[in-house]
Design a protein around this ligand. Structure first.
Ligand code: NAP
Length: 251
């Protein structure tokens, strides 16, 4: 990737950084000079591959931990600071889906998605904010979804969690702006990762009718947005929702 901004000397934590969009963001942050810790839930081999792509264990850290567990979530920040001395950039990227129509949706499907995507974002952010306030610098970037802006049938749990991430981000953006900390959202459209690999051709066709640029996105389409929002140059951008969706959602 052409180097867009300079993140030399910055330390980043990317939750769910072992695969998909999180991996692309982690690699892009590293390519722009940051030291990067990635988190994952259970897929150790994907995490190891990503650490190799980040230059090996001398340069990168892989931290296992379920962000829906508040203690584990706080531990990610502690381990990032233990490994690299500080945390400047937090990318709340880890997320899951448990799709079902509301009539069939179980409480467990609801709770899993809310606890991971929304409460996990709260728990990791809460742990990261204190050191960011102390050092008077921080960049918080949360990966929501266009589903959180316009809703998606079969995803009431996911849409609610992703909308919640947007409200959460705007609230904390106001709380910590005076400390030189920004908080922004990236809202991807349909991106080719394991998360979307299970869509049927019919489902994909329906979505594609709404994508103006006429193709699905890739993790590499998302990563530059994260690099920009992490940069010093984005100091005056906060509380913003940046759709990176090929024109799927337009206001
Ligand atoms: P993915 O390929 O399924 O990767 C998910 C990542 O999150 C993995 O690293 C996974 O770790 C980690 N993860 C899952 N649950 C976790 C937990 N409880 N604690 C810690 N880590 C956990 O997903 P993706 O498509 O890259 O999506 C990344 C983010 O973008 C998600 O928030 C998703 O909602 C959002 N998004 C995706 C799309 C899309 O079309 N793909 C569109 C809009 C928004 P393991 O490898 O250990 O499982």
């Amino acid at each position: 990737m052409t180097r867009l901004f300079d993140l030399t000397g910055k330390v980043a934590l990317v939750t769910g950084g072992s695969r998909g969009i999180g991996r692309a963001i982690a690699i892009a942050l590293k390519e722009h000079g940051a030291q990067v810790a990635i988190n994952y839930a259970s897929n150790k081999s994907a995490a190891s591959e990503t650490v190799s792509a980040l230059g090996g264990s001398e340069h990168a850290l892989a931290i296992a931990g379920d962000i829906s567990d508040p203690a584990a979530a706080a531990g990610l920040v502690e381990q990032t600071i233990a490994g690299f001395g500080k945390i400047d950039i937090l990318v709340n990227n880890a997320g899951v889906t448990r799709d079902d129509l509301i009539l069939r949706m179980s409480e467990e499907e609801w709770d899993t998605v809310i606890d991971t995507n929304l409460k996990g974002t709260f728990s990791v952010t809460k742990a990261a904010i204190r050191p960011m306030v102390r050092q008077r610098f921080g960049r918080i970037i949360s990966v929501s979804s266009v589903a959180g802006m316009v809703g998606n049938a079969g995803q009431s749990n996911y849409s609610a969690a992703k909308a919640g991430m947007i409200g959460f981000t705007k609230a904390i953006a106001k709380e910590v702006a005076s400390r030189n900390i920004t908080a922004n959202v990236i809202a991807p459209g349909i991106i080719d990762t394991e998360m979307t690999a299970g869509l049927t051709e019919a489902q994909r066709g329906e979505i594609m009718k709404m994508v103006a640029v006429g193709r699905t996105g890739t993790p590499a389409d998302i990563a530059p947005a994260a690099v920009f929002l992490a940069s010093d140059e984005a100091a005056y951008v906060t509380g913003h929702v940046l759709t990176v969706d090929g024109g799927l959602v337009m206001y």
